[in-house]
Design a protein around this ligand. Structure first.
Ligand code: HEM
Length: 483
């Protein structure tokens, strides 16, 4: 009786498919690609419907009206994060990505945004760092000019180096196998935590001790966090107070300040501590690597699938660059076509298709339904991307989706690849700067060709928290004018 009750929808809760006791709708879900199934359910139950992940009531929100309500209009009310075994194991209720809404998250978000913004001052600017890394990437690509090669590892490494240089003040060579191993584990975990074993682990604590695949997730977490923790410890030994080299040093300065403040001033006490430092470092490292490197891989794959778009992009790049060696980020304002292409890649690939789950701090109304406190809210950002009402070419890759009749960049309001509201992606500007500079750098130096005319690129994403393309090999041709 009790178990049935737990999966029985309360009155005025959003409707949804019948859930089984204990497992809820878990076994009805296709974890290799749930997006299609979620779309079908919304055709039956509407833009706001519910499912049970185990006994956890979960509301799926689709379409611009309902998403805007959750993310912006009632942004603060829905700005909390649901917690489960995995989030608690990984983040201890701290850091940025899954931290509960409240003082700790606010202070860390503010500190991180201002540190990212200010970090260029007096030192090498963010843009110069990206340009420097872009030069390494181009050099490495050139080595592969006579072979078919899979760019995944180098791109992943190059993108990660940007966040590494901001957070730990260093980059890793592309042949550093220890670092490659770490990147591989992060990659693997992004896929596994969203899969059936991650979900079962969250739903049923007792499997913790069983020798099942979720153990691999936990072991990977240990390895990656161990690697990051050693970097933090190293910083504590080598820093000079007052002369921060990077994000970690800036954080250690804050810890010094809190220590000076002492015990007496408890009300104004800041929330900075060692655990928060570790979680922030891991959050930035993981969020800053996977998503942006997937975007870069998608952009090359789409350029090979649509060579005429690639050529048009390159013409614009060449025209604006003139005889300079590279473009500046500022140049983007006169490059609507290239910007439209990068937007179109974000749309078609739905990089973070379901955003990151939100939850509400107290009971709320949504679309005429009552949402009890602590309901898991899944924001289906991908639902906006192929909606026939918003796009001229909803189902095909076509940069015209982001251009006006006169070829100007068009702002499309119902397009939220970075989400919106208080929890909007903290790295949006960085991600846009990185993709613009890497992408235009690569197109300046190479033509990209799909090697096998008989079977065109497979553009079906591998579903995960961030969607990547399937592994692919490509052929590149250095451009004639390239010395
Ligand atoms: C959160 C997308 C790159 C750091 C998010 C969210 C999305 C997203 C959809 C969830 C927002 C929500 O909960 O409503 C993307 C995409 C990227 C990207 C598509 C690349 C193309 C980055 C980068 C960083 C970053 C480079 C590193 C600085 C974060 C953080 C959060 C977040 C820290 C959590 C924010 C919070 O909970 O307050 N991102 N992101 N992201 N992203 Fe990104």
């Amino acid at each position: 009786g009790f178990l049935w009750w737990k999966t029985w929808r309360p009155k005025s809760f959003p409707p949804g498919p019948l859930a089984f006791p204990l497992v809820g709708n878990l076994l009805q879900m296709d974890f290799s690609g749930p997006l299609q199934g979620m779309k079908k359910l919304s055709e039956v139950y509407g833009p706001v419907y519910s499912m049970y992940l185990g006994s956890q009531p979960t509301v799926i929100v689709r379409g611009f009206k309902a998403l805007k309500e959750i993310l912006v209009v009632k942004g603060t009310e829905f700005a909390d994060r649901p917690q489960n075994r995995l989030t608690r194991t990984v983040s201890h209720l701290k850091g940025l990505v899954v931290a509960p809404y409240g003082k700790t998250w606010k202070e860390h978000r503010r500190f991180t945004l201002s540190t990212l913004r200010n970090f260029g001052l007096g030192r090498k600017s963010m843009e110069e760092k990206i340009a420097e890394e872009s030069a390494y990437l181009i050099q490495d690509f050139k080595k592969n000019k006579d072979t078919l090669f899979d760019p995944h590892c180098v791109i992943n490494n190059a993108v990660s180096n940007i966040i590494c240089s901001i957070v730990f003040g260093r980059r890793y060579d592309y042949d550093d196998s220890t670092f490659q191993d770490i990147l591989h584990l992060v990659n693997e975990n992004m896929k596994m935590t969203m899969g059936i074993w991650g979900q079962l682990y969250n739903a049923f604590g007792f499997i913790h001790y069983l020798p099942l695949p979720h153990q691999k997730i936990l072991k990977n977490i240990d390895t990656v966090y161990g690697f990051l923790q050693r970097i933090v410890e190293e910083h504590k030994k080598t820093r000079t107070p007052g002369e921060p080299r990077d994000y970690i040093d800036c954080y250690l300065e804050e810890l010094d300040k809190s220590a000076l403040q002492g015990e007496e001033d408890n009300n104004n006490k800041k929330t900075f501590d060692n655990q928060n430092l570790s979680t922030c470092v891991a959050d930035l490292f993981i969020a800053g690597t996977e998503t942006t490197s997937a975007t870069m891989e998608w952009s090359l794959l789409y350029m090979m699938a649509f060579p005429e778009v690639q050529e048009k992009c390159r013409k614009e790049i060449d025209k604006i660059r003139g005889d300079r060696t590279r473009l500046d980020y500022e140049d983007r304002v006169s490059m609507p076509y290239t910007q439209a292409v990068l937007q179109e890649v974000l749309r078609m690939a739905s990089i973070v298709p379901l955003g990151i789950p939100h939850t509400n701090l107290k009971e709320e109304q949504l679309n005429g339904y009552t949402i009890p406190k602590g309901t898991v809210i899944i924001t289906d950002l991908s639902s906006l991307n192929y909606d026939e009402t918003y796009w001229k070419y909803p189902h095909e890759f076509n940069p015209e989706n982001f251009l006006t009749e006169d070829g100007e960049l068009r702002k499309v309001e119902p397009f939220l690849p970075f989400s919106a509201g208080p929890r909007v992606c903290l790295g949006e500007n960085l991600a846009r700067m990185e993709t613009f500079l890497f992408f235009t750098g690569l197109l300046t130096h190479f033509e990209f060709h799909w090697p096998d005319p008989a079977s065109p690129p497979d553009l079906t994403p591998v579903y995960a928290l961030s969607q990547t393309p399937k592994h692919f090999k490509m052929r590149l041709v250095p451009r004639i004018n390239d010395k």
